[in-house]
Design a protein around this ligand. Structure first.
Ligand code: G3P
Length: 226
């Protein structure tokens, strides 16, 4: 688990782009693995749940789920059970997202269950206040992502540096063991460098890599200034 949490860290959220679905997900996973091996950077991929089993069997880099539901084993048709995600090969999961909002109590349940079964948890938040609340739940990571910048190509680390710095300050005041990541509009090495200069220990990103003409080159560029 410590190796999975190694920073600097890049978490590539595959979301539901066709470019990162099914066979395209596999190609992207393999490109990510090559970049991780060539550069030594901890690159984690978060594909859609049906792709977790295949990808985790094909690549050695860590695979996370994009979401799990706050349910215990039993009668919950259509839900995603964390034990199932783990058995499929995931070693961690994103918890909450501006595109998949969860109640605080449900985030708490998922973070606790993840810790119990030795999975890494990353709570995604939308502002400094929710980041503070999230950190009291003791996840491994909090990733601050202002929703208005998600998918915009405008990097949070340059457009709203005060949100990244403010999140780092408030979270480390509450629990210095939690690593802070940032995301939204990140795509280049300069964006990632700026994030780290603000105190973030890595980035959570999607479109800047997934929609790039050459995702492998884009990833190499992303980690070039660490
Ligand atoms: O979870 C990653 C995220 O929401 C940022 O998306 O496309 O702006 O990198 P993107």
């Amino acid at each position: 688990m410590d190796n999975v949490k190694r920073t600097p860290i890049v978490i590539l959220n595959f979301k539901t782009y066709l470019e990162s679905t099914g066979n395209n997900a596999l190609k992207l996973a393999m490109a990510s693995e090559i970049v991780a091996e060539e550069t030594g950077v901890n690159i984690i991929i978060a594909p859609q749940s049906p792709d977790i089993y295949k990808l985790s069997n094909e690549v050695k880099i860590p695979v996370f789920a994009q979401h799990v539901d706050a349910v215990d084993a039993g009668g919950h048709t259509g839900s995603s059970l964390i034990e199932c995600i783990k058995e499929a090969g995931a070693v961690g999961c994103l918890v909450n997202h501006s595109e998949k909002r969860m109640k605080l109590a449900d985030m708490d349940a998922v973070v606790k269950k993840a810790a119990e079964i030795s999975m890494v948890s990353v709570i995604c938040t939308n502002n400094i206040e929710t980041s503070a609340a999230a950190s009291t739940l003791k996840p491994d990571f909090v990733a601050i992502e202002p929703p208005e910048l998600i998918g915009s190509g405008i990097p949070v680390s340059k457009a709203e540096p005060e949100i990244v710095e403010g999140t780092v300050d408030i979270i480390h005041g509450i629990n210095p063991k939690i690593s802070v990541l940032c995301g939204a509009g990140i795509s280049t090495g300069d964006d990632m460098r700026a994030a780290m200069d603000l105190g973030a220990e890595g980035v959570l990103l999607a479109s800047g890599i997934i929609m790039a003409k050459d995702p492998k080159e884009a990833l190499l560029n992303l980690v070039s200034k660490i």
